[in-house]
Design a protein around this ligand. Structure first.
Ligand code: ADP
Ligand code: ZN
Length: 226
C-alpha cells in the first residue's frame, strides 16, 4: 500500500469461507498485518494460560468464547503489534457487542475502520471445505491448507515450517454444524450493523487469492477517497 496511512479491515464470513487464507495472502502479497482471534485463542489454549483454559470448552463445542476473554487477549496482542500497516482482523468481531468494543478500541488507538469485507460462500460448500481442511500444528504458524484445493507439497507436512498438519478438534461434522448456526445467529447480524457505515463490501469467488486482490483494490480506493 502506498499511502502510508493505515486502516483496519474486518474480514467477515462463515467458517470455511477462507478468511484465514485470504488474510495470509493479503499479508504476503500486499504487506498488510493480520490478527486472528481464533489463532490467538488456540495458541493460549496450547500454552494452557489462564484465559486459554477458560476458552477451551467453548471452542471445543464450537460456541463463541465469552466476549471479555477474547477482548483481553486481542488487546494484549494488538498492543505488541506494529500498527503502521493496514491491519486485517480475521474472526473479530463475531457479534454486535464485540463490534462496539472494537469501535472503542480503534478510537483509542486512533486507527480508522476502512473496510468491512464480507466473504460469501454457498452453504452447501462450507462443510465440505472445512472437512478437507488441515492446519499446521505449530502455534506460531497455524497455516491452513486444504487437501482438495490447496494441498501441501508433502502430504501432512506444513510447507512453511515443516511441522505436522492436524485436523482441528472443532472440525467434526457435528461441531461444524453448530459453528454455522452460531454464525447465522450471532455473527450475521453484523451485516446490518455495518451496512449503515457505508464500509461494507461483499466478495464472492471460488479462488481466495482473487478475493484478496479485490479486497486489496478496495483498500487502495479508500485511501484515495479519504
Ligand atoms: P472459523 O472462522 O473457521 O470459525 P476461527 O479460528 O476463527 O475459525 O474460530 C474458531 C473458534 O474460536 C470459534 O468457533 C470460537 O469458539 C473461537 N473464536 C474465535 N474468534 C472469536 C471471537 N471473536 N469471539 C468468540 N469466540 C471466538
Ligand atoms: Zn507451519
Amino acid at each position: 500500500m502506498s499511502s502510508g496511512r493505515s486502516n483496519v479491515i474486518i474480514l467477515l464470513g462463515p467458517p470455511g469461507a477462507g478468511k484465514g487464507t485470504i488474510a495470509s495472502d493479503l499479508v504476503d502479497r500486499y504487506e498488510m498485518t493480520t490478527v486472528s482471534t481464533g489463532n490467538i485463542l488456540r495458541s493460549a489454549m496450547k500454552r494452557q494460560t489462564e484465559l486459554g483454559k477458560k476458552a477451551k470448552s467453548y471452542m471445543d463445542a464450537g460456541s463463541l468464547v465469552p466476549d471479555e476473554i477474547v477482548l483481553e487477549l486481542l488487546v494484549s496482542h494488538i498492543s505488541q503489534m506494529d500498527l503502521s500497516r493496514n491491519l486485517i482482523l480475521d474472526g473479530y468481531p463475531r457479534n454486535v457487542a464485540q463490534a462496539r468494543s472494537l469501535s472503542t478500541l480503534l478510537g483509542k488507538l486512533g486507527i480508522p475502520l476502512g473496510l468491512v469485507a464480507n466473504v460469501e460462500v454457498d452453504d452447501s460448500e462450507l462443510i465440505e471445505r472445512i472437512l478437507s481442511r488441515r492446519t499446521c500444528s505449530k502455534s506460531d504458524c497455524q497455516a491452513v491448507y486444504n487437501t482438495r484445493y490447496s494441498p501441501t507439497k508433502q502430504p501432512g507436512i506444513c510447507d512453511r515450517c515443516q511441522s505436522p498438519l492436524i485436523t482441528r478438534s472443532d472440525e467434526t461434522e457435528e461441531v461444524i454444524q453448530h459453528r454455522l448456526r452460531v454464525y447465522q445467529e450471532q455473527t450475521q447480524p453484523l451485516l446490518s450493523h455495518y451496512k449503515s457505515t457505508n464500509l461494507l463490501r461483499h466478495y464472492s469467488h471460488k479462488d481466495s487469492s482473487v478475493i484478496a486482490d479485490l479486497v486489496a483494490k478496495d483498500v487502495e480506493k479508500i485511501n484515495v477517497e479519504i
